[in-house]
Design a binder for this molecule. Sequence first.
Ligand SMILES: Cc1cc2nc3c(=O)[nH]c(=O)nc-3n(C[C@H](O)[C@H](O)[C@H](O)COP(=O)(O)O)c2cc1C
Length: 426
Amino acid sequence: MPTQENDTGPTPSCSGQQSGATPQFYDVSRTYQWNLEHSPREAAGEPRGRNQTASTNAQTGSLGLVPSPDGAEQQLGHDRGFTGESNPSAPMTRSGIAGAKWNFFGHVVDSPLGVAAGPLLNGDWCEHYADLGFDVLTYKTVRSVARRCYSMPNLQPVESHVMTGFESEVRTCSKMSGSWAVSFGMPSSDPLVWRKDVERTRHRLSRRKVLSVSVVGTQREGWSLDQLAEDYAKCACWAIESGADMIEANFSCPNVSTCDGQLYQSAEESTLVAQCIRDAIGDAPLVIKIGFIEEMSSVQKLVSALDGTIDGFSMTNSLAARVRDDRGNLLFDAEPRGICGRGIREQSILQVARFRKVIEQADSQLKIIGVGGVSSGRHVDSYLKAGADACHLATSAMLEPSIAMRIRSELINESNSNGGSLVDHC
Ligand SMILES: Cc1cc2nc3c(=O)[nH]c(=O)nc-3n(C[C@H](O)[C@H](O)[C@H](O)COP(=O)(O)O)c2cc1C
């Protein structure tokens, strides 16, 4: 896919057209269901249920070589002293991408890079992005019941201004310039389907890859918060039983108007739900995904309420705003949608810094996954410097599927030219 470099990272084009019959990335001109049924792996005719050796070979295939610090090429997927064993009690340590040892919630991985919840619609998509160099694969948010996707447009390009988090509206634009409004409504396949798929996916992925499953509770009419919490916990428990390495509970979705979309805004409610999930999944790592929080006092409340129950935060889901087209009409029934991509990066990095400060002041071990607008090694470096322990990508991973390889190279180059600055701040 053609990209155009500038100082804030590449500007992806987004025509939705792909050459040849084999889609290599999410086709925005088609429905969610079509993309679910036409993963790159499916289209390439690869058999489902590949074994682990095949997966490892694929990693060392066309995309398998990355420059090592001394300029030689390293092969991804080759054993560089990894045991592949996990140790959830181990501290999150980062010895730098050049040293290729990153501890992600007790799992040793090759890089700080993961795919955020969203682009990986099922196990085939997870495998595809694992082969493309991502080390943490977040399985798109699942529910305790099947749920259809909202109607198109699901991905509406918007003007890519740097956002403040307080915009009530954003403007559409005809071409993708880095930001879009996301409108899926967290669809889910039936639990019988996704549970089997998670199990198969964990089986097929290399042990060096982490499979995180994103879950959300589904609010039913008249339900109490306890019932919603149990619904979250049920999904989390099913995911762990199916082999997920960890759970990311989505406490923030600006595209749904029920309280499951706003949970993170209440420390008390977040704690109640998180505790219920914790009780259901035992020691498995638990991260909660949150939206924008500007007030330092709210950050302090959330950190102190959740410390001891969860293992970390993933932030920032998106910035919510209503979307107005060039004829002056508000899209999506005038409801806000989550704006993702370039426009939210600055605020998300600032938010990571706020949380890191509070976490340090509280002498807490909570970790942070930085999410929002990452499309270059420099962006990853900025997140890490702000206090993130890892970086997950959604928008740019969809638009430039090979981006993990590019970012890995950029991080290595950056580290070399700064005399190992990445390693230093790790
Ligand atoms: C197509 C798409 C679908 C998404 N679906 C989910 C989802 O199901 N659950 C969730 O927690 N976040 C979802 N997100 C939000 C992303 O995980 C991420 O927080 C957000 O896109 C910001 O990262 P980015 O700027 O790299 O896109 C979705 C994002 C995109 C682009």
